[in-house]
Design a protein around this ligand. Structure first.
Ligand SMILES: Cc1cc2nc3c(=O)[nH]c(=O)nc-3n(C[C@H](O)[C@H](O)[C@H](O)COP(=O)(O)O)c2cc1C
Length: 410
C-alpha cells in the first residue's frame, strides 16, 4: 500500500512519473522524464483534480485508494482535456460510476468527443464556485493556455491554485513532490523548454490568464507537470518566468542557429560568433540544426534576445532543417528579437530570398548587414561576417536590450 502524500491539510498528491516515454506529444524529447500530476481534496465532499496518462492508470488508482480507501469520489475536476491528463477519465468512471465531472462547456464537448461521456457532467461558468466543506473550489476559465477548454481551479481558503499545464515543466518528481523536497534549480531549463515548445504560441492568452490571477493570494501552485510550488520565492519565480516568456522578453545573449552540409556555412557561423564574443557577448549558443533538437533551439530562442540564422541554398530553397526551424518560430509568433542571417550558395541564393522574407514577416529588428557567401569563405566575406557579429554585439550591449542578464559588455 502506498503511503499517502499530503501536500497540506486535506490535499493529497496522487500523480505519477513517466520515465518510459521518449517523446512528449511524440515530438519533444524527455531526457528527464515527465510527471502527470493529479490531486485529491479530501473534504466533506471529495474532489479529484485531473487524472493521468492512461498508461499509468493502475498506479494512479492504487494511489487514490491509498488516500481514500473505499470512500467515493464526488467530483472530478477536469482543468485540461489533453489526453496526458484526461486519459484515465473513462476508466475512472467505471470505478466510480457516481462521480460527477466538472468542466466548462468546451470541456463537456470534448468529453463527449473523446470518451463518449455526457452524463453527470456539471458545466461551470467562469468564477463559479463549488463548496466541498471547509474548502470551496472556484473555477477560472483560461482559454488557450494552451487549449480552448483550459481552466484553473482555485481554493481560496488555502490559497491553492490548480493551474493545469501552466507553470508546469518536464522532469519527473524523483522521490519528493514539492519544491521544498526537490531542488528547484533542476527544473528551470526544462520549464523554459516546456513553455517555448508547448505553450509558446499563446503569449496573449497567457498574459490574459496572468491578469486574471493577479491579486489572488496564491500560496501553493499545483500544476499538472513538475513540482508543486509552495515557497514564496519559487512561486514568484515561476509566475515571473511565465510573464516574461509570454511577453517574448529575453535576456542579453545570442543564438546562432545554422544548417550546413559540407562545413562552409558552419565556418561563417564560427566567425560571426567569434566577432560577437570579441565585442562583449558572453552568452552565445550555437546550434547545428542537423544535430540539436528543435525543442532546445526554441528554448534558447525564447531565452535570448539576439538571433542569427544561417542556411545553405538547397534546391533553390532553404536547407530543410532551417526551414523547419523558421516554421516553428513563425508558429510561435516569436517577437521582439534582434535578427540577422547568413547564407551559402554555389550558383543562385534561394536561401537569402527566403530568410529575407522570413525577417520581414516576423517584423524582427534586423541588425547589421546579412552575409552572403558564394561557394566558400574568403577574406572579403570574413570581414562581412566580423562586421555582422560586431553589430549584433553592439545592439545587444546597448541600452535597448532590456532584460537583466548575465552578460558582460565591455
Ligand atoms: C542537394 C544540393 C542542392 C543544392 N542546391 C543548390 C541550389 O539550388 N543553388 C545553389 O546555389 N547551390 C546549391 N547547392 C550548393 C550549396 O548550397 C553550397 O555548396 C553551399 O555552399 C553548401 O554549404 P555547406 O558547405 O555549409 O553545406 C546545393 C547543394 C546540394 C548538396
Amino acid at each position: 500500500m502506498y503511503k499517502p502524500f499530503e501536500i497540506k491539510e486535506n490535499l493529497f498528491y496522487v500523480g505519477v512519473n513517466d520515465r518510459t516515454k521518449h517523446l512528449f506529444e511524440n515530438l519533444w524529447p524527455l531526457p528527464k522524464g515527465v510527471s502527470y500530476n493529479s490531486y485529491i481534496i479530501d473534504d466533506e465532499k471529495v474532489a479529484l483534480i485531473d487524472t493521468v496518462d492512461i498508461c499509468y492508470a493502475d498506479v494512479f488508482f492504487n494511489k487514490i485508494g491509498s488516500v481514500l480507501g473505499d470512500k467515493p469520489i464526488d467530483y472530478l475536476v477536469v482543468n485540461h482535456m489533453e489526453p496526458d491528463h484526461s486519459g484515465s477519465v473513462r476508466l475512472l468512471k467505471t470505478r466510480y460510476p457516481d462521480i460527477q465531472i466538472v468542466g466548462n462547456s468546451r470541456t463537456a464537448e470534448m468529453l463527449r468527443g473523446y470518451y463518449g461521456i455526457s452524463d453527470n457532467v456539471l458545466v461551470v461558468e467562469d468564477k463559479a464556485e463549488l463548496k466541498l466543506g471547509k474548502n470551496s473550489l472556484q473555477f477560472y476559465l483560461t482559454p488557450m493556455v494552451h487549449w480552448p477548454e483550459t481552466m484553473m481551479t482555485y481554493v481560496k481558503e488555502s490559497g491553492t491554485l490548480f493551474s493545469a499545464d501552466a507553470f508546469g515543466t518536464f522532469g519527473t518528481l524523483d522521490g519528493g513532490v514539492t519544491d521544498t523536497q526537490l531542488d528547484p534549480d533542476r527544473y528551470w531549463d526544462e520549464m523554459i523548454r516546456y513553455y517555448s515548445n508547448i505553450v509558446g504560441k499563446f503569449g496573449s492568452p497567457v498574459q490574459a490568464a496572468l491578469k486574471k490571477l493577479s491579486g489572488m493570494g496564491i500560496e501553493t501552485i499545483c500544476s499538472t507537470h513538475g513540482p508543486v510550488w509552495t515557497q514564496p520565492d519559487t512561486i514568484s519565480r515561476v509566475v515571473a518566468l511565465y510573464d516574461r516568456l509570454s511577453r517574448y522578453e529575453a535576456e542579453r545573449g545570442l543564438v546562432i542557429a545554422y544548417g550546413s552540409m559540407y562545413g562552409n556555412t558552419e565556418q561563417l557561423a564560427e566567425v560571426i560568433a567569434a566577432a560577437a564574443a570579441g565585442n562583449g557577448v558572453r552568452n552565445i549558443v550555437m546550434h547545428n540544426l542537423s544535430k540539436s533538437h528543435e525543442s532546445e533551439v526554441l528554448r534558447d530562442i525564447f531565452t535570448y534576445r539576439g538571433l542569427i540564422i544561417g542556411s545553405p541554398t538547397y534546391n533553390n530553397k532553404l536547407y530543410p532543417p532551417v526551414e523547419g526551424l523558421l516554421s516553428a518560430i513563425q508558429n510561435r509568433n516569436v517577437r521582439n528579437r534582434f535578427f540577422s542571417y547568413f547564407t551559402g550558395h554555389t550558383w543562385a541564393d534561394g536561401a537569402k530570398r527566403e530568410l529575407k522574407a522570413f525577417a520581414e514577416s516576423m517584423e524582427f529588428e534586423t541588425v547589421g548587414e546579412s552575409v552572403e557567401m558564394k561557394q566558400s569563405l574568403n577574406n572579403d566575406i570574413m570581414e562581412h561576417a566580423y562586421a555582422l557579429g560586431k553589430a549584433m554585439a553592439e545592439k545587444l550591449c546597448s541600452g535597448e536590450a532590456v532584460m537583466p542578464n548575465k552578460l558582460t559588455c565591455h
